[in-house]
Design a protein around this ligand. Structure first.
Ligand code: NAD
Length: 487
């Protein structure tokens, strides 16, 4: 069962340890067992990470885009070859069922490496004429970037940040979430195997204080955080001092609107994916499911039936569809929301309890919950729960539902299910959200920009938009004639 890595950190091309760092216990959420212990990065480790990253960045930026892209694409191939091993590790680290990690975690990371590996050679500037003179732009790397991850998609988040950063010629120091420190170490090893220079992608473990040290260092050019809104505010405030570039991928409370002409089975499938996948621990989840009142009863009946059929259990069993939550504390928090929902008058149609799973008594499992009769002012309709709790809200009118959907501080994602495409596009255009789906939910291919508006953050991951986030433009004016000067 032990998943103890060779060392806590991966810096300058190799695993390194400093036992003076605060210990971090890695728990397998399905059993509550400790599967590894790593140490938080000390000042000495952070220093080595920064120094080696600066050295590697200069070397890396001097390569052609084609050469850099080749390394990223090789890394993608290695990830695909090692997908099962990486998926099993991710399941140990997160508790997410292997059925999911085999298709949605390392492979999504490989997609990003392949995508950015493919476009690395095309990253360039433009030329603008000014009479006989002209100007050209160079798209240059920022330098050393810091990536900070959440625990729900550890290797995917590491790849989504590293791939565009490295494609542009930057180096990255990645600090995984203290809950899930293991898989980023594998990515670091794989990038070395793929030909990246030592120090280009370093992994330093730690709690928030290590994150704060890294993001506050003046040698860092850019920070990309995936995490909660409160952490986002702290990181942003810290970045002000050094005027660092920042990308923030934060939380959400996204609306999913089901109109009366929707294909109901698809809409239910979308709502379930958007609430129960990864035990509901997904930032973009459509946790406010607005269902037109004329189809509401049919929708809820089938939703409850299908929710009852979800197979919860041993995450390593590929037939299992739902694993535990990440930690005992997270389960307690989520179950607290279930209690609040009941107290505030919502109807719990199913779930919310602790299932009895033989051999996994100490795991952090919870039954997926569906609430109906939820109103906009209820706590469960306002706050991000980050667990398998779906709120169904009724609506009657398009204008009304759009106004209610937008009435939140968040703006990460939104979804619309309808058979009327004019209505779909019209509605999406009016929703305040960075990432939207029509008749689908939570699909995030590497070629589609991903990110939020309002309190859900800014900057975009994936697609060409991410290149903007990891590079800067240098403008060069070229005079071809004699200089006309009044002096
Ligand atoms: P969190 O904010 O507690 O932690 C995120 C990361 O920030 C961790 O690595 C943590 O150690 C680090 N951190 C904490 N304090 C810091 C500080 N002062 N300076 C620098 N780093 C610091 O979030 P979490 O509980 O790990 O993840 C859940 C949250 O992440 C949810 O709100 C979820 O919506 C969000 N999330 C967003 C996305 C997205 O792409 N928008 C994706 C996944 C998760």
């Amino acid at each position: 069962m032990t998943q103890q890595p060779a060392a806590s950190h991966f810096v300058d091309g190799k695993p390194i340890e400093d036992p003076a760092g605060r210990p971090i216990e890695v728990i397998y959420p399905a059993t509550g067992e400790t599967i590894a212990t790593v140490h938080a990065g000390t000042d000495a480790i952070i220093e080595q990470a920064l120094e080696s990253a600066m050295r590697a960045q200069a070397e890396w930026a001097a390569l052609t885009g084609t050469e850099r892209g080749r390394v990223l694409r090789r890394a993608a191939d290695i990830i695909r070859e090692r997908n099962r091993e990486l998926s099993e590790l991710e399941t140990f680290d997160t508790g997410k069922p292997l059925q999911e990690t085999l298709v949605a975690d390392a492979l999504s990371g490989a997609d990003a490496l392949e995508y950015f590996g493919g476009i690395a050679a095309t990253i360039g500037g433009e030329t603008v004429g000014f009479g006989a003179d002209f100007a050209y732009t160079r798209r240059e790397p920022l330098g050393v970037c810091v990536g900070i991850g959440a625990w729900n998609y550890p290797i995917q988040i590491a790849c989504w940040k590293a791939a565009p950063a490295l494609a542009c010629g930057n180096a990255m120091i990645f600090k995984p979430s203290e809950m899930t420190p293991l898989s980023a170490l594998k990515l670091a090893e794989i990038l070395i195997d793929a030909g990246a220079p030592a120090g280009l992608f370093n992994v330093v473990q730690g709690y928030g204080d290590v994150g704060a040290k890294l993001t506050g260092d003046p040698r860092v050019a850019k920070i990309s955080l995936t995490g909660s809104v409160p952490t986002g505010k702290k990181v942003y405030a810290g970045a002000v001092e050094g005027l660092h570039h920042v990308t923030l991928e934060l939380g959400g409370k996204s609306p999913l609107i089901v109109f009366d002409d929707a294909d109901i089975e698809s809409a239910i499938g979308g709502a379930m994916l958007g609430n129960f996948y990864s035990s509901g621990q997904i930032c973009s989840n459509g946790t406010r499911v607005f269902v037109h009142s004329s189809i509401r009863d049919r929708f809820v009946e089938r939703l409850v039936e299908r929710t009852r059929a979800i197979v919860i259990g041993d995450p390593m069993d590929e037939a299992v569809q739902m694993g535990p939550l990440i930690s005992a504390a997270q389960r307690e928090k989520v179950r607290g929301y279930v209690e609040t929902g009941k107290k505030e008058g919502a109807a719990l149609e199913i779930g919310g309890g602790i299932p009895n799973i033989q051999g996994f008594d100490n795991g952090f499992f919870m039954e997926p919950a569906v609430f109906t009769g939820v109103t906009d002012d209820m706590t469960i309709a306002r706050e991000e729960i980050f667990g398998p709790v779906m709120s169904v809200l009724d609506f009657d009118d398009e204008d009304e539902v759009i106004a209610r959907a937008n009435s939140t501080e968040f703006g990460l994602a939104a979804g619309v299910f309808t058979g009327n495409l004019a209505r779909a596009h019209r509605t999406i255009a009016r929703l305040q959200a960075g990432t939207c789906w029509i008749n689908a939910y939570n699909l995030t291919p590497a070629g589609m920009p991903f990110g939020g508006v309002k309190a859900s953050g800014f900057g975009r991951e994936n697609a060409a938009a991410a290149i903007e986030s990891y590079s800067q433009i240098k403008s060069v004016y070229v005079g071809l004639g004699p200089v006309e000067s009044p002096y």
